[in-house]
Ligand binder design. Structure first.
Ligand code: AP5
Length: 211
């Protein structure tokens, strides 16, 4: 199974990617998470990316294309993968094609903008392992403590309301055109985000035609 997840910031791509990854035993390749890891580790990539992420802008295509290309060569991607947050521009989609990578489906998760803003303000992320929570919809067992590794839960810096506004604008301009791009290739399917994570998962399975 090779899937691309499309959707606005906060639409629930990462949340649904985790469910699909556990169910099918295939890795999630999240460019956002890879970049945040680089930031945590203070690598050159992290330092370069920070100036873009902090403003809600996309990291330059050539940087992201290179890290995805390398990651897709890892042996665990042989039996399938979930691309979460890549491609995000038409040049990135073209680059994926040039790498000779084909996908089975491109799933767009659609959520109204008001909902997105509510979700971002309640999102918390583990400062150590990156696991994602929501204070209402997906709370941790102990407040502010990660269920997975015991790390402290914090708000993502790019979830500040002003940055979220920019990210949504960037999504509309640079990423949304990919829906038409993949629709024209007959690959696009759509799932509508629901109030509860499990209800969205049901829609995702339906859209992908899996049980
Ligand atoms: P990235 O990390 O990919 O951010 P994003 O696409 O903006 O998506 P998010 O991670 O914010 O949201 P999500 O859709 O995964 O939602 P989640 O499941 O967490 O990228 C960050 C930055 O990196 C970019 O801005 C850019 O600078 C850079 N970057 C990354 N990829 C790039 C690329 N290809 N090219 C260039 N630059 C790139 O859910 C959100 C919240 O809602 C959570 O708290 C969750 O618990 C909750 N929730 C989820 N589903 C539901 C539901 N059904 N009901 C209620 N709550 C829910």
């Amino acid at each position: 199974m090779r899937i691309i997840l499309l959707g606005a910031p906060g639409a629930g791509k990462g949340t649904q990617a985790e469910v699909l990854s556990n169910k099918y035993g295939i890795p999630t390749i999240s460019t956002g998470e890879m970049i945040r890891n680089a930031l945590r580790q203070g690598t050159e990539l992290g330092k370069e990316a920070k100036q873009y992420i902090d403003r809600g802008l996309l990291v330059p295509d050539e940087v992201v294309i290179e890290i995805v290309k390398e990651r897709l060569e890892d042996p665990d991607c042989q039996k399938g993968f979930i691309l979460d947050g890549f491609p995000r521009t038409v040049p990135q989609a073209d680059a994926l094609e040039k790498m000779g990578i084909t996908v089975d489906k491109v799933l767009s998760i659609e959520v109204a903008e008001e909902k997105i803003i509510e979700r971002m303000s309640g999102r918390r992320q583990c400062s150590r392992c990156g696991a994602t929570y929501h204070i209402i919809y997906k709370p941790s067992r102990v407040e502010n403590v990660c269920d997975v590794c015991g790390g402290e839960l914090i708000m993502r810096e790019d979830d500040a309301p002003e940055t979220v506004k920019n990210r949504l604008e960037v999504y509309r301009k640079q990423t949304e055109p990919l829906k038409k791009y993949y629709e024209d290739k007959g690959l696009l399917v759509v799932a509508y985000g629901q109030e509860e994570v499990r209800d969205t998962t049901r829609e995702v399975f339906k859209a992908l035609g899996v049980e």
